[in-house]
Design a protein. Sequence first.
Length: 758
Amino acid sequence: MAQATARQEARGGTDFVRTMIAEDLRSGKHEGVVTRFPPEPNGHLHIGHAKAICLDFGVAEEFGGRCHLRMDDTNPETEEVEYVDAIVRDVKWLGFDWGEHLYFASDYFEEFYRLAEGLIQKGFAYVDSASEEEIREHRGTVTEPGRPTKYRDRAAAQNLDLFRRMRAGEFADGAHVLRGKIDLASPNMLMRDPILYRIRHATHYRRGDAWCIYPLYDYAHPLEDALECVTHSLCTLEFENNRELYDWVVENTDVQCRPYQTEFARLELDYTITSKRKLLQLIERGLVSGWDDPRLPTLAGLRRRGVPAEAIRAFAELIGVAKTNSRVDIAKLEYTIRDDLNQRSPRVLCVLRPLRVVIVNWPAGRTDSFDAPSWPHDVPKEGTRPLSFSGVLYIERDDFMEDPPADFHRLAPGREVRLRHAWVIRCEGVVKDREGNIVELHCTYDPTTRGGSTPDGRTVRGTIHWVDAAASLPCEVRLYDRLFSVPDPGADEDGDFIRHLNADSLIVARDARIEPAVATDPPGSCYQFERLGYFTSDSEDSQPGALVFNRTVTLRDTWAKITGRETQSAGRPDRRRRESSPAIRAAKPQREAATPGAATDLVSRDAAAAKLLEAAVAAGADRRTTHNWITNDIARELAGQPASRLRFGGVQLAALLGLLDQGAISTSSARDVLAEMVGAGGEPAAIVERKGLSQIRDAAAIADIAADVIAASPSKVAEYRAGRTGLLGFFVGQVMKRTDGRADPALVQDALRERLEG
């Protein structure tokens, strides 16, 4: 306990999970702490899993306990050894160790089966031979209790015989299921005789063809915890309704240990998709290169991009553990990455779009050198690297303008600029090709300004980076950005998240030049390219003589400006020449007007809109989200009229966005409320209550509606199962239509997929 208290104080406090565990130990409910991280090996881990990993392993370590790594591999149709290996690698990379406690649910199949026979013998489970449709119809609705099928009252001996024959492989898939015999009138529809086992004649990646019946998650998971004597089973909030069934399974089977389930909020990160199904869709359509694409939120992708494991752990600590779901600003993750990389990244010079510069007064044949510091003043490290200077240089093409505006403080004809660590130079002439493109600059240097000083006291306002033409190395630089152009790409009711892909999520600078100090560093080395950002040599593609660097994160949050996305003119490839993902551009031929940086007119031109933004932010709203709503939804409602005519202020707008962020209303309902606020004013909560717009988040109720929608469209169900997965949008739309747009879209999609793919 003393160790836990010290770590909590160092972290700045505790949370409800750690408070609960401390009380359980103090009261004697548990003598020690055993947690588990139970991923299903059907895909790669992502940033959301990282939060759970840090919590599961973190609390075990703090309280002197242990955490198990367990592969929840009960579905033979989706699981592969490749994913097991990836999960093991990712958890180790995050810095956690389970020692000898690596487990597989598939190792418990015999015990699961024995315990299921025990339930049958006690009269707590029965074999149901009804069809899937009949079982669904007999479950009832939110307002009507379920009805027994004609097989519910089979004798225990008959149930046991059928179950053993299911195990022996006598029946085809779907012929029978084993159901718990609980309560068909329960208000929790999960308790209405849930399915515990189903027949699946499929080869398991570990058990081969030894089994043809497989337990469902709600039966297997609590037993896994009980068999491993887990004390605290920490789950995300979507499993809150499952807790009653979790307890029933543990209490009615012959297990020695009694685990307890506790739910916490899952991680929902802006500009990110974490659904394994959607990530796989991006991969299969060629929109990203694979599970380790640096734009994906997978741990493999983050690692290849250059994100340190320590930064992810710091991020998990920063966002904390809460009881209610909310979206997290991705700027928090980027902050922890910058903070970590600043301490571990030596500084180097790299030019992304080289423009040749000839120093005309440089002595012929002379080469000079500088010892440039590798670390800034705020990092307690020492070290330098040599920079050569031979009179022919490369600077960023964007650091020169032939006819610059007044506030341009870099190089231009007749103007001076400092070269980082070197001299002050002055542009004396411009060389162009036949098409009028600038291909070379002629400059003079001031030999009295070595190191950038000006002994005569004259002012030189700009400093730019450069590399020596003779000594620098060619390299490829991949500028990764956010994969999506909107904060919540999965929020659309039609489920079409792909239309929000950011067409500029990958820009490749193939002709970049970098100083030679990095030539022999191993792949995966990280650097700060001065003025450009933090970069990592690609762990797969970078080789001596063919260097490849990935941008991990920019030097600052370029998406946080009120007026939209800030242009990083230094080192940014020209839009006409830059390369981006062709598959993404094909998937999204036209850029959305609502993306950051495009829809900025209202805030920038209307003082009342700018004032509304600041007032809403002061009232607690997220700046970027508020800006998006003002420049898109409010602008649309105003239809060209000034924002001064609005009948509400920043406090009301913040309240509306708060309801949306909390999941109390859907996006479409929020827009309905906004329309009334624009027309007549009013408080958002009162409008929601009066119009009955509260979002439906009852998973059981949504599941029931989803079942009705599926039953009403058998031909489309057949098409979906034959491979037309795009029809999911049709089914989502039907459910949303039946609920007047009030159903939680995420729960709708989960319910539909469970029935369409189950």
